[in-house]
Each structure stands twice: as C-alpha cells, then as structure tokens.
Ligand binder design. Structure first.
Ligand code: PLP
Length: 415
C-alpha cells in the first residue's frame, strides 16, 4: 500500500490552501502535481549542466547530452522497449500521435484504406486522423461502445479486416475510465497486417506498461500526467517501423548531411527531434520515473483500484448522481465522470472550487463522446498517488453543499 501522508510531504503545492481550504487536487487526468524531487532535478539542470545537447564538445554540452540520453534510456526501461532508440521525445502525447499520423500515415495510407478508431478517443487521437484521412482518401471507422462504457468487441471483429491499415486506440478512456483489453484488438489487427497505435496518455502513468508483452507498434504518452514536467511527450515505436518513416518536422539535428538541394536524414530517434529539444524537462522527467519506480507501479495501480472503488461507492450514495463508465473498479482507472442532478458541470466545478476541491468540468476533449452520452459536459474527478479517502470524502461533502447552493434536493444517504 502507498503511504499517502508521506507522499503528500513530497509535493510542495499540496501544502497550499485554496480559498482558505486544504487543496484537494482531483484533476490528475488533466495534469499531475510535481514532487520536490522533479522540481529539484529541473533546477539542477539549469544551475549545473545547461547547454544545447548533441551540438557542442564542451563539458556542459557533453553532460547535458548524456543526461538527455540517459532519460531516454530510462523511458525505454520503464515501458520495456527493446532499445532506447525506440523512444522519441516529443512535446506531448498529442505531438506523438500527430507524428505517426503525419509521417507513417501520409506515406502509407491510400484511398479507401481504413483507419480504425473507437468512440472513446480523445480529440488528440481523432483529429490528426481526420486530417490525414482527408489528405490521403483513407476512411475512418469507429468501434462503438457497449452501454457499460466498454468497447463492443463483436463490432471490432466485424470492423477490423483486410482494408484496415492502422488501429489507433486509447488504453484508458479519459472520460469513462474504461481500461481497454488491448491484446485481442492488437492480435486481430496484426492478423490483417495492420499496425496498432496505443494512446497511453491515461494508462502509462497508472498501470505498469510493457510494450513487448502488449505487442503494440506505437505508444504515445505525456510526462506531465505522470509527475513529470510539462512540454515532454513520448512516442514509442517499433524500431523497424520508425526506421522506415520519414521525418515530421525538419531542421537542425534531424539530418546527417545537408546539401543545397537535398538532405540525408539522421538515424532514429533523432530523425524525429528537429531543433533544440526540451532537454531540461526530459532530464527532470527521469526523476519522475525514479519516483514512480520507488513507489512501484503495481502499488500505484492497487492504490487507485481501492480508492476508485471507495469513490464509486461514496458517489453512488449521492442522490441525483449519474456516473459514467464501468461500475467495476478493477476494469477502470482512477477517473470518474459524472453528471449531478440538473446542475451544469461548470457550476458544480465552480462550487467545488470554493471547498478547495479541484475537478475538471467540461467535454474533456471528447465532444463526440459527450453527444453519445447525451450530456453537454461532465464533472470529472481523477486520482493519483497523493490522493486518499479524505479527498473523496471532501468531494462528496462539497457535492452536498453544491446541491444546497442550487436548491437541488440531493443529499447523501450516508449523512
Ligand atoms: N489522450 C488522452 C486519452 C488524454 O487524456 C490526453 C490528455 O488529456 C491526451 C491524449 C493528450 O495529452 P496531451 O494534452 O498531454 O498531449
């Protein structure tokens, strides 16, 4: 089990108050807070090593280069990639998916080829494919959802076929919390010679990830959702695939030889890292991975299953509560979206803020899914390693207050 009290002491921001109340931070699916160890690692880069990596021969440049490449190797170990060169640093998960849609998609997709997505994708794994499909003549197909918020696997078996070139699917929904059973989908796609991109933005921070066991071809995620700094994302790609892909952005660093009329591109992964990379934040991300490994990813997952089960139980006690996603905490991550009575989610979010409770209210970058759920938006509470039952209690207490503010007849049956 995680020692939540000890973990909280590592996060300076959790000591602050919001509107005179203890900060209860439940917006972790949007971004997570940073432990002192990560903040100090970032300061250390600028105070002791700072130089442009892969460019100079002086001591600082060599140190920065070594630290940057060590961070890459650490990411590779964290997801069990075969080699560090399979890890491309990007700006965020969105940039990683765009890289694949652009570099792999434009070179591969032909008219009537099919790109299979699901009805639970974040805009980051939808809009890039819309653009690539419009440019190449490829067609988007969507795996629908069952009423409990899981993927309709029978429909998936009907959809994935000889015309499928890529299946791009989230490992965990940022709205429903659903954890998708990816292996059957990946095996099915591979049977037809398609590749699979996994959007791991919500899963990699919370569940131990092994790209070799998963057999995925690409995996995208963001450092800022896993205790790391903003501005760093990861694209994992199978080496053979990355090696066949052309660049996305062009300029310095991604070249071996430049002539006036043409250039020869660098090797993977540097081919995909044009310009000065965000080395300082990538190096600090290394410290975030250290932190998570010290906790143990299995312990992180177990903590969230228990907290989510507790939260689902407490929220179900609140009258007028409509909770989306699978009811079983072992089939979902620590993300709970709900609609409360007839109160607009933005109003709920505002009143919760007065109680120091930070949640997300909105469409969560999943507008088509909101239409399917038949709501304009939802309130979303999402957990991480520093959240405990007291945070869930603060949420349900504040919801009861919200009902009073809006004169809505909701009350918690427990109290
Ligand atoms: N995919 C999912 C499932 C997400 O939840 C998010 C962010 O919320 C993203 C992709 C995009 O992440 P980023 O904004 O860090 O690029």
């Amino acid at each position: 089990m995680l020692d939540v009290a000890a973990i909280r002491r590592d996060f300076p921001i959790l000591a602050r108050q919001v509107r005179g109340r203890r900060l209860v931070y439940l917006d972790n699916a949007a971004t997570t807070q940073k432990p002192r160890q990560v903040i100090e690692a970032l300061v250390r880069v600028y105070e002791q090593h700072n130089a442009n990596p892969h460019r100079g021969v002086h001591t600082l440049a060599t140190e920065t280069t070594d630290l940057y490449e060590a961070a890459r190797a650490h990411v590779a170990r964290f997801i069990n990639a075969r080699r560090a060169e399979e890890v491309v640093f990007t700006e965020n998960a969105t940039a990683a998916i765009n890289l694949v849609a652009h570099s792999w998609g434009r070179a591969t997709l032909k008219p009537r080829d099919e790109v299979v997505l699901t009805h639970m994708e974040h805009h980051a794994n939808l809009v890039p494919w819309q653009i690539t499909a419009a440019e190449t003549g490829a067609v988007l197909r969507f795996i629908p959802l069952l009423p409990d918020g899981t993927l309709d696997m029978d429909a998936a078996r009907r959809l994935i076929g000889p015309a499928t070139r890529i299946v791009a699917v989230t490992a965990m929904s940022n709205v429903l919390g659903t954890i998708n059973d990816l292996r059957p989908l990946i095996d099915l796609a591979h049977e037809f010679g398609a590749v699979v991109l996994v959007d791991g933005a919500q899963s990699v921070p919370h569940i131990a990830t092994d790209v070799q066991a998963l057999h995925c071809d690409f995996l995208a995620f963001s450092a800022h959702k896993m205790l790391g700094p903003t501005g760093v994302g990861v694209l994992y790609g199978r080496y053979e695939l990355l090696d066949r892909m052309g660049p996305f952005l062009a300029g310095g660093s991604m070249i071996l030889k430049v002539e006036w009329e043409r250039s020869r591109y660098n090797e993977v992964p540097w081919r995909f890292e044009a310009g000065t990379p965000n080395y300082a934040d990538a190096i600090a991300f290394d410290a975030a991975l250290d932190y998570l490994e010290a906790l143990g990813m299995d312990a992180v997952r177990e903590h969230e299953v228990q907290l989510t089960a507790y939260a689902l139980g407490r929220l179900a006690e609140v009258d007028g509560m409509r909770i989306f996603g699978p009811p079983d905490a072992t089939r979902r991550g620590g993300v709970i979206s709900f609609y409360y009575g007839d109160i607009h989610p933005h109003d709920v979010g505002t009143v919760l803020d007065y109680a120091g409770v930070a949640v997300r209210a909105g469409h969560h970058c999943a507008q088509p899914l909101m239409q399917l759920l038949d709501v304009p938006a939802t309130v979303r509470a999402s957990f991480y390693v520093y959240n405990g039952r007291d945070d869930v209690d603060a949420l349900t207490d504040a919801l009861t207050e919200t009902a009073k503010v809006f004169g809505y007849a909701a009350r918690t049956r427990a109290g």
